[in-house]
Write a protein that binds this ligand. Structure first.
Ligand SMILES: NC(=O)C1=CN([C@@H]2O[C@H](COP(=O)(O)OP(=O)(O)OC[C@H]3O[C@@H](n4cnc5c(N)ncnc54)[C@H](O)[C@@H]3O)[C@@H](O)[C@H]2O)C=CC1
Ligand SMILES: O=C([O-])CC(=O)C(=O)O
Length: 300
């Protein structure tokens, strides 16, 4: 994946020590980014500030993101184990799907290793925001740079919930526009998978979104006091243990949750929020159970 993500290695911001490691350019962990073995991977990760994990298989037409679980869960688990051992203070950006489960998997691994810092683990949902901004700007004839739509929940189907009532600038939408835009944003990944007809998923737009999120992390680490992004993280905003929402990023990762976005939701948004909870809860549980099952002692 992602020539753009590789370019992040070139970022050189004065106060951020170390480099960005992008785990996911080859077929086995032993080959990651051209390294010859796990030991070398571990060496190369020492002291990095930000680790990006886009490794794994993409969808084919007809598949859900959850259909990738059986392969990608193990890949993310293995990579996070190395990250935990060698760069326990790094921010981790998980791109590999199903994000709704791979982030809880990463959290469980980091807990097992005794280095879990919930402020530093992120599921990358930036592409949902990029899509929401793009579709709204087009629909309303606005400049893309002026539009910002928070997207909450998770990163699959109905768990992706754009809050059009909280768009900036404040925009009037008809009921039909809200329904059509919401469904388009929720299905945009599937639209790309179907258009690519077996040749993969939204690799390039993910590279753009992943690079944007990574750059925001780097700016925050570097002390920029004004960095806000949506991301899927451990959260107390709802009863779900992981939830995507707008966050303020700082030198230690998440600095604050933007609570206001969940206040005064429209009836449509409130219903959609309640409707997404069972699916998101099940995906979180599936990730946690995977790690617990993998690490349970064998029965004799
Ligand atoms: N969070 C998001 O918004 C998005 C997530 N994705 C997800 O990102 C993942 C990658 O998608 P693409 O880049 O389009 O696929 P891709 O097939 O173009 O690239 C995947 C890369 O992962 C590598 N890889 C596979 N197994 C690995 C392992 N065990 N260790 C290290 N590297 C390994 C492959 O060699 C390949 O370079 C998929 O799971 C996809 O669903 C894709 C688009 C958006
Ligand atoms: O849909 C997929 O499989 C890839 C993805 O997460 C996206 O494009 O949002």
């Amino acid at each position: 994946m992602s020539p753009l993500l590789s370019n992040l290695n070139l970022y050189d911001i004065a106060n951020v020590k170390g480099v960005v490691a992008d785990l996911g350019h080859c077929n086995t962990p032993a080959q990651v980014s051209g390294f010859t073995g796990p030991a070398e991977l571990a060496d190369s990760l020492k002291g990095v500030d930000l680790i990006i994990i886009p490794a794994g298989v993409p969808r084919k037409p007809g598949m859900t993101r959850d259909d990738l679980f059986n392969i990608n869960a193990g890949i993310v688990k293995d990579l996070v184990e190395v990250a935990a051992d060698t760069a326990p203070n790094a921010l981790i950006n998980v791109i590999s799907n199903p994000v709704n489960s791979t982030v809880p998997i990463a959290a469980e691994i980091l807990k097992q290793k005794g280095v879990y810092n919930p402020r530093k683990l992120f599921g990358v949902t930036t592409l949902d925001v990029v899509r929401a901004n793009t579709f709204v700007a087009k629909q309303k004839n606005l400049r893309l740079i002026d539009v910002d739509v928070p997207v909450i929940g998770g990163h699959a189907g109905i768990t992706i919930l754009p809050l059009l009532s909280k768009a900036r600038p404040a925009i009037e939408f008809s009921t039909q526009e809200i329904e059509e835009l919401t469904v388009r944003i929720q299905n945009a990944g599937t639209e790309v998978v179907e258009a690519k007809a077996g040749a993969g998923s939204a690799t390039l737009s993910m590279a753009y979104a992943g690079a944007r999120f990574a750059e925001s992390c780097i700016r925050a680490l570097d002390g920029d006091p004004d960095v806000y992004e949506c991301s899927y993280v451990q959260s107390e905003l709802t009863e779900l243990p992981f939830f995507a929402s707008r966050l303020k990023l700082g030198k230690e990762g998440i600095e604050a949750f933007v609570h206001g976005d969940l206040n005064n939701l429209t009836e449509y948004e409130q219903k959609a929020l309640e409707a997404l909870k069972p699916e998101l809860k099940a995906s979180i549980q599936k990730g946690i159970e995977f790690v617990n099952r993998e690490s349970a002692p064998l029965a004799v």
